[in-house]
Design a binder for this molecule. Structure first.
Ligand SMILES: Nc1nc2c(ncn2[C@@H]2O[C@H](COP(=O)(O)OP(=O)(O)OP(=O)(O)O)[C@@H](O)[C@H]2O)c(=O)[nH]1
Length: 186
């Protein structure tokens, strides 16, 4: 999956009885994903642009109302990385002003075909002030973490109180993310 995926919180409420506080749990039904975070159920409605990137009018409709956007490139494909700047420009123009954005470098399991260094992803993310990590849809590396971080951020915003706990999505991702097990010599 490269391009953009979005998420909108459609409902939240109390955690189910059997869900321990502070322990995330997941329930994926089709394109909906329920993440229970710190005792609150956050329902993410997820969509993927699925190859429609060239039909800009279609994708605008998708992400105009999204509360979070996951920007994915493929670490083995330079043009997918180069496209990210174009996506960020689009987002700036069409998405909600306070949309949560996360940059993901996918296919981290195929390090022998890597053409985009991890540092390049980090530099781009820093430039735009967004959290970044490498993922693998194949091994699952950092995939749940991406959804958990988004859910935590959206819950934090929805339940924000002046004296409440503070949450920084970038710090959370940095403290939790796993690095690919094999190194690349790029
Ligand atoms: N090794 C590896 N393969 C992956 C990973 N993620 C996706 N793939 C493979 O890459 C190919 C393309 O994946 P898609 O999810 O269809 O990519 P996409 O960019 O969303 O494609 P469209 O939306 O159809 O344009 C498939 O064969 C996937 O199995 C990954 O993390 N590791």
């Amino acid at each position: 999956m490269t391009g953009m995926s979005g998420a909108a919180v459609t409902r939240d409420g109390e955690a189910p009885e059997d869900s321990p506080p502070c322990s995330p749990s997941y329930d994926v039904t089709g394109k909906n994903k329920v993440v229970t975070v710190d005792g609150v159920r956050v329902k993410l409605q997820i969509w993927d642009t699925a190859g429609q990137e060239r039909f800009r009018s279609v994708t605008h409709a998708y992400y105009r109302d999204a509360q979070a956007l996951l920007l994915l490139y493929d670490i083995t494909n330079k043009s997918s990385f180069d496209n990210i700047r174009a996506w960020l420009t689009e987002i700036h123009e069409y998405a909600q002003r306070d949309v949560v954005i996360m940059l993901l470098g996918n296919k981290a399991d195929v390090s022998n075909e890597r053409v985009i260094r991890s540092e390049d992803g980090e530099t781009l993310a820093r430039e735009y002030g967004v959290p970044f990590m490498e993922t693998s849809a194949k091994t699952g590396m950092n995939v749940e973490l991406a959804f958990l971080a988004i859910a935590k951020e959206l819950k934090y915003r929805a339940l924000w109180q002046p004296d409440g706990p503070h949450f920084q999505i970038r710090d959370f991702v940095e403290s939790q993310k796993k690095q690919p097990s094999c190194c690349s010599f790029l």
